[in-house]
Design a protein around this ligand. Sequence first.
Ligand SMILES: [Zn+2]
Length: 390
Amino acid sequence: MLSKRKFKEQLNRECPICGQKGSAEILHTQYFVLHSAHILPQVYDIVSCELCGCVFSDTSASQDVYDKYYAEMSYYESSHVETDTRLYSERANWIELVIPRRQSRIIDIGCGNGMLLRDLRCRGYSQLTGMDPSAKCVEFLLVEDIDAVQGSFFTHTDMKNFDCAILSGVLEHICDVSKMIDAIKVLIKTDGLLLVCVPDSARYYIYDNVPFDYFNIEHINHFDETSLLNLGLLHGMSIRNLQKTDIHIGTSMQPVIFCAYVNDDRPQTDWVQYSRERIRDYVARTSSRTATNQLIDDLVSSGEEIVIWGAGNYSSRLLATTALAQCRIAFWVDSDRHKQGTEILGRPVREPEALMRHLGATVLVAVAVYSEEIMAEISSMGLTGRIVSL
Ligand SMILES: [Zn+2]
């Protein structure tokens, strides 16, 4: 029997995607017993937003508390993580794919001990900057002669014109996701890239390591493909590349999504409007292509008898929406045997060979694809009449 679904009507924090703070379904409640100096909450609900479905930890701590935690208590300063180079090379492989130009100005936000930047430098990238709240992490990088700044994009508002910003293993830790994305968009150029690497919550169940490993104290957002798409839509960014893959962490594997957003200043929209807007775009664009109607109008005016090659989808739409039905149609030709022997508007549909008995006919090719090939085929049949294509 299914357990009863539980909801909460008032969230501690806003949904990281759509920003609502009202209703959400509780999927799990995670408890921790933390050491005495720990400043993060010892319990939170894992919830799914009723409005957009995004799954997140409804932590009671604010972004300020998380900032303090990462500045003072983070383990990312420790050097033991450094030995796990494969963890970073998998990300660097993907970054190389989406931003191949070695002179690109790249900033790694929340760069930790800078392993990813060091890997990128080995691959020839020359304009690298690290940003991290931890002074020690910044020191690591400066010693390595990689540009680095301490703090966050909120404190470095003068930094601009990056070709690419990287949030690798960062966004799942952030309380104010929306605010962060808005601030990062200021850092990167128009048409620059925002590269996001996050755990893929839709595949936690496949990569089940120690119990409840994915509901750890630091990971408070549980993104999947849908929520990442929604995040881009709400911030006016399209997705250029999205890869669902896995990465090695020590001996275990974890599911991740690599997502490259383009800062292309498209109108902000939401997931409800997105698909219908794309269809509106399509209708507007395809409606404006009226040039083909002129040819049909000319054939109507000339009154010449025509044979139409193509008794399929395209001509059926043209019959309904143009003056094609007013042409003097002798017969139709189609290579589809299922159509041969039928009639359209009282005119027979015949096999292509029927044209051999009407060598002087004007042939109108009305097909969506292969029109050039069909015109070549008609020419090779020795027809002497006009061959025109829509
Ligand atoms: Zn939401």
